[in-house]
Write a protein that binds this ligand. Structure first.
Ligand SMILES: *Cc1c(COP(=O)(O)O)cnc(C)c1O
Length: 434
């Protein structure tokens, strides 16, 4: 399988180059040259397959010949180290919980998969890579955990000092080994700017810098697994019913992976992109006008994205045809008050504790099902983070204390280690020194 740049289809690279570059040199996102169709026997027999066997079949056609069967199985073994329970909310609505991984958010799967791909690339070339990322909170922990102790890879994570939660900070500053936390005196945009400057700095070319942000194909593609795993778990309940998914969306990577799964043959009738008040996509689908507005801060902060990077991939899948897109994708937005009401409703009526992101997924699903008024649908919303990651807001809304998972307890007692910097020059000297 080859990948082209969405800015120029004649810029073609292989899987490994696309993973290492992250983004094409013309700033286009990479996209698979063709979307493989799954064998119908695979879908028919999916109930008998393990999550890992499903993952293997789904991802294999995207990798070309880079990995032998044995190595790909090892990568998947090291990635899917936790489960994805599906919980019944009411007769038509399920929650697919993606937060049982080491950092309690769905980004664990993509980060682990990418980290392990890099470590196996490294086996043949013995080059050292430096993974450089900026985080506003969740990505840093997932990347730190995913890349911990990966041979030949040093990880440098920039985060804005005092602007991430205590749990998030501990998740990226306490691991040690090949994980280095840089505490920037500034905001997330300052961190992002320093990372971009480093990638363009010709004096750092010798360093093999690579990024691990969410547009990397090795983080994007494995997110397809969730949809296949959900299908496996619900298949016996579906009979002739239509399956629909509501995805709390920020950068639209997760939903884009679902749409890719549908294109490969997974029978999903409709996708609902549920957003907070950063509502560029709901507005676009309503008006056919793509209008970027400044980002607004919300309680579902992992989705505070003004201009979702992955939306161009979704458009590509639907051949850049607006009407075609609207047949499969619907989008709603909700404010913080509605989000809190949904959290309370899930708790009081269904005894379910959702985090603010999952609650937005629930709202989108409920709204669409209410419009349809048809018993022929089963809906799944993705619960993307453990409620404990947003403990202050969840406890305030539910007026109740949350249990703290043991993994979090352990981390809170560990000592934070970070390097404080103010300027790009300091970052540059640091990168050269490690
Ligand atoms: C990253 C994130 C999202 C948004 O996912 P995208 O793929 O960027 O749309 C939603 N919820 C949580 C908890 C996240 O960390």
């Amino acid at each position: 399988m080859k990948y082209y740049s969405l800015n120029n289809k004649s810029h073609i690279v292989d899987f490994k180059t696309a993973v290492i570059n992250g983004i094409a040199f013309d700033k286009g996102l990479y996209f698979p040259e063709k979307i493989p169709l799954l064998d119908i026997n695979f879908l028919n027999s999916i109930s008998h397959l393990s999550d890992k066997e499903i993952a293997f079949e789904v991802i294999k056609p995207f990798l070309g010949n880079f990995f032998s069967t044995k190595i790909l199985q090892e990568i998947i073994d090291k990635t899917l180290t936790f489960c994805f329970p599906i919980k019944l909310i009411n007769n038509f609505i399920y929650s697919l919980e993606l937060f049982h991984g080491p950092t309690l958010a769905f980004k664990d799967v993509g980060s682990k998969f990418m980290a392990n791909c890099l470590s196996y690339f490294n086996l043949d070339i013995k080059k050292k890579y430096i993974v450089l990322v900026a985080t506003s909170g969740d990505t840093g922990g997932a990347v730190a955990n995913g890349f911990l102790n990966i041979q030949g890879v040093n990880v440098v994570i920039l985060y804005p000092s005092k602007k991430i939660t205590r749990i998030q900070e501990k998740q990226l500053t306490t691991l040690g080994n090949n994980i280095n936390a840089i505490e920037v005196n500034g905001c997330f945009d300052d961190c992002q700017e320093m990372v971009k400057t480093a990638f363009l700095d010709s004096e750092l070319k010798f360093l093999n810098l690579t990024s691990a942000n969410s547009i990397n194909i090795a983080r994007w593609l494995p997110q397809m697994f969730y949809y296949f795993i959900a299908y496996k778990k619900l298949k016996h309940k579906l009979k002739n019913k239509n399956l629909i998914f509501s995805i709390p969306s920020g950068n639209f990577g997760n939903i884009c992976a679902g749409i890719l799964a549908q294109k490969m043959g997974l029978p999903i009738k409709m996708f609902i992109a549920s957003t907070n008040i950063n509502d560029i996509i709901p507005n676009y689908l309503k008006t056919n006008i793509y209008k970027i507005k400044p980002v607004k801060t919300t309680i579902s902060n992992a989705m505070d994205v003004a201009n979702p990077s992955n939306f161009v991939r979704i458009q590509e899948i639907y051949n850049n045809n607006f009407l075609n897109l609207k047949n499969y994708l619907i989008s709603y937005s909700y404010n913080d008050i509605e989000t809190k009401k949904a959290m309370l409703e899930l708790y009081n009526n269904f005894n379910y504790i959702a985090d603010p992101h999952g609650a937005i997924g629930y709202l989108g699903l409920k709204e669409y099902l209410n419009q349809l008024q048809s018993p022929n649908y089963l809906g799944v919303f993705l619960e993307t983070a453990h409620p404990i990651k947003f403990v202050n807001i969840v406890e305030e809304v539910l007026q109740n204390k949350l249990d703290v998972p043991r993994s979090i307890f352990k981390i809170l007692n560990k000592k934070k280690v970070s390097i404080k910097i103010d300027t790009y020059q300091e970052l540059k000297e640091y990168l050269i020194s490690i």
